[in-house]
Design a protein around this ligand. Structure first.
Ligand code: 13P
Ligand code: ZN
Length: 283
């Protein structure tokens, strides 16, 4: 085999063909257009396969290393596609290489190696603690979990001001606003009090909740979702947010005159083979 042919065989493919980047462009554009990620609001982390990444980038070339304020030992050597801190979802489509980055959790478990992206010298999202701690929590209960997504979904956020903010009260209201909610998130949604964004404290509280819930609502801030794919995670947030929107309309229209009954919920759970969280609903 000639040297030239060998070189061609090992050439890297165009990173824009990397499916997770295409999915990230699509979802950030949709989140922006839905009005859930104003300015730099929101962040996404997507666990990607090493073998896949290596088709597109030379993973031996570290662009720079940035510290993490927490221990990520469970994630050492794992690769993530991550939105940049201070970057606008609006701009991901036109300039993915500046607004996204591909990271590997470094051997020291307290830093990340940048392998591609953040081309203006940027950093991964400031919410890396909440994301990585949530990945660790979700992977422990579902080894297929790959995505953690945070956004400022408008109606869910509004509900944390106007509604009683216990997990049970908000879950019950959301389930009641749309028949499919109980099927899509039978475990409900965990509501956290206001905490400082970007801190380890909010990361730890979110990750603790993520052991039992795929949806976590941050009071007066936004929502976190986790799932196996970008579509599944987006769909989860979208379903809860739609219910919160319906709730807003119901309130504006003068409140509930009739509702989905407990008997309806039982029939629904039976039909779809789901078990509603027993802390929120007695079967
Ligand atoms: P980043 O721009 O650092 O991702 O922060 C946005 C945000 O929504 C913080 O909660
Ligand atoms: Zn936020």
């Amino acid at each position: 085999m000639s040297k030239k042919i060998q070189l061609e065989e090992t050439a890297l493919e165009n990173i824009m063909q990397f499916r997770p980047i295409q999915e990230m462009i699509e979802v950030t554009s949709n989140l922006y257009r839905l009005g859930w990620d104003e300015r730099n609001g929101g962040n996404i982390t997507y666990l990607v396969d090493e073998a896949e990444v290596q088709k597109y980038i030379d993973t031996t070339k570290v662009i720079r290393n940035s510290p993490m304020s927490f221990d990520g030992k469970e994630l050492v050597g794992k690769y993530f596609l991550v939105t940049g801190s201070g970057k606008y979802f609006k701009n991901v489509q036109s300039d993915p290489e500046n607004n996204l980055g591909i990271l590997r959790v470094a051997e020291d478990a307290h830093s990340v190696d940048l392998l591609w992206g953040y081309s203006d010298g940027g950093l991964p999202t400031s919410e890396l603690p909440a994301h990585f701690m949530s990945h660790i929590a979700r992977l422990a209960v579902d080894p297929e979990n790959r995505v953690v997504m945070h956004c400022h979904a408008t109606h869910l956020l509004a509900m944390t001001f106007s509604h009683e903010i216990t997990s049970k009260a908000i879950t019950r209201t959301l389930w009641e606003m749309c028949t499919e909610c109980l099927v899509v998130f039978p475990e409900g949604i965990k509501v956290l009090p206001w905490l400082v964004p970007g801190s380890n404290e909010i990361g730890e509280a979110t990750a603790k909740a993520m052991k039992d819930f795929r949806l976590v609502l941050w009071s007066f801030h936004g929502v976190y979702g986790a799932g196996r794919t970008i579509d599944e995670t987006f769909g989860l947030i979208e379903t809860a947010e739609k219910a919160a929107e319906v709730y807003t309309y119901v309130q504006a229209q003068g409140g509930m005159k009739q509702m989905i009954t407990d008997e309806n919920f039982k029939a629904l759970a039976k039909q779809f083979g789901v078990t509603p969280n027993k802390d929120f609903f007695e079967m």
